[in-house]
Unconditional design. Structure first.
Length: 337
C-alpha cells in the first residue's frame, strides 16, 4: 500500500509555510470510525455520519473498506440500487472493483483509480469485485465518499467520471519527504482531475516517518483528516490521530501565508505503514442547506424523498441492462453506493 507511488524528490513541491506551522488550524475534535456491514456483507469503517454532519458539510458519508486480505470466495460487493441528489466517489487504493450504472458508465477500477458518479436526478448502479478476486482472493483496500449536491444541482443529469491512477496530480511536500496525490480540487495552484459541482479538495498523502507536512488551505473550506493507516499528530497542538480516526479541524486566524493545515507522522510506524503515515485530507465549501435523507436518496425536503421513491418504483431512474445481474430492490440501502 498504496498503489500510486513516486519519488517525491522528482515532483513539483508545495510552498514552504514556516509561520503556518505554528499558527495553522487547530483540531476541534477526533472521532473514531464505527464498524458495520454493508452491501452483500462486507465490513466498512465509517467516521461519518455519526457526528454532527454540519462539521463535514458538504460531505455526507465516508466508508473505509479494508485493508483486507480476502480468502478465495470471500470478496463481496453491492447489488443494483438507486441514488438521487449527491455524488459517490470510490477510490481504490489496492485491489479492484467493477462498476456499472444505468447511463452506461463504468468499468474496472483498480490500484489507484477513482470512479466519480454523479447521481443527480437519479441513477442505478452496481459495484462488485472482479471474478478473479472472488475466485483467488487477494488484497483489497478502498474508500467511498459521498459528496452532497446543492439544491440547484440535485436534478442535474447523471454522469460518470473514470479517473485513472495516471491522471492523479502528484506533488511533494516542501522538504521532499511526503507524497501528496490530488484527486480533486486545487492545492497550491495544482489541479486534480475530478470535476466537481460542489467546490471541494480531496487528497491522499503519504507522510514519511517523523516528517511534517504543511498544506495551504482555503480559508472558507472546512477540513477533515482521516487516517488510513499508521499514526501521527495533527494541528499546531500535535493532537494524536491513528488508523480509523477522523480529525475535524476548526477555524483559525489566517497567517501572513494564508490558512494552513499541519500534520506530522510518528517517528515509528506499525509494520503495515513502515513507509509512511497514510491519510486522506478532505475539505469543501459548506452548502448549508436543509438535508432530508433516507437510504440512497439525499434531498432538501421530505416531499422530495417521497418523490424519489415514487420515481424509482416507476422506473424513472434508469433501466438495468437485462444481461447483467438481476435486479434486487435495495431502496433501504444505508451505506456503500
Amino acid at each position: 500500500m498504496p498503489a500510486i507511488t513516486a519519488d517525491p524528490l522528482t515532483l513539483p513541491r508545495l510552498p514552504r509555510m514556516p509561520e503556518a506551522e505554528r499558527a495553522g488550524r487547530r483540531v476541534a475534535k477526533v472521532v473514531r470510525a464505527r464498524r458495520q456491514l454493508e452491501g452483500e456483507g462486507f465490513v466498512v469503517r465509517r467516521p461519518f455520519p455519526g457526528m454532527d454532519l454540519a462539521l463535514a458539510d458538504p460531505f455526507l458519508l465516508l466508508d473505509h473498506m479494508g485493508a483486507v486480505e480476502y480468502a478465495p470466495g470471500e470478496a463481496k460487493g453491492t447489488p443494483w440500487h438507486p441514488h438521487r441528489g449527491f455524488e459517490t466517489v470510490t477510490y481504490i487504493i489496492d485491489g479492484a472493483f467493477q462498476h456499472q450504472d444505468t447511463t452506461g458508465g463504468g468499468g474496472l477500477i483498480s490500484d489507484g483509480d477513482t470512479q466519480w458518479m454523479t447521481a443527480g436526478a437519479g441513477i442505478q448502479h452496481i459495484e462488485q469485485p472482479p471474478p478473479e478476486l472472488v475466485a483467488k482472493g487477494g488484497l483489497f483496500h478502498g474508500v467511498q465518499l459521498w459528496v452532497n449536491l446543492p439544491r440547484a444541482q440535485k436534478w442535474a443529469p447523471p454522469r460518470y467520471q473514470d479517473i485513472r491512477a495516471t491522471d492523479i496530480k502528484l506533488l511533494s511536500s516542501a522538504d521532499g519527504a511526503s507524497l501528496v496525490r490530488v484527486i480533486a480540487g486545487s492545492l497550491a495552484g495544482h489541479e486534480g482531475p475530478g470535476i466537481t459541482y460542489t467546490p471541494i479538495t480531496y487528497l491522499h498523502a503519504t507522510v514519511a516517518p517523523g516528517a511534517r507536512l504543511t498544506l495551504p488551505w482555503p480559508a472558507d473550506f472546512n477540513a477533515l483528516l482521516y487516517v488510513l493507516s499508521g499514526r501521527g499528530v495533527a494541528g499546531p497542538e500535535d493532537r494524536p490521530v491513528e488508523e480509523g480516526q477522523l480529525a475535524v479541524f476548526g477555524g483559525s486566524p489566517r497567517t501572513e501565508h494564508g490558512d494552513a493545515l499541519t500534520l506530522r507522522a510518528a517517528d515509528t510506524q506499525p509494520q503495515a505503514s513502515k513507509d509512511g503515515w497514510e491519510v486522506l485530507l478532505l475539505g469543501g465549501l459548506p452548502i448549508r442547506e436543509p438535508i432530508a435523507r433516507y437510504g440512497p436518496f439525499v434531498m432538501n425536503t421530505r416531499e422530495e424523498i417521497i418523490q424519489a421513491f415514487e420515481d424509482y418504483q416507476a422506473g424513472r431512474m434508469g433501466q438495468i441492462p437485462a444481461q447483467r445481474v438481476p435486479h434486487r430492490s435495495t431502496a433501504d440501502e444505508q451505506g456503500i453506493g
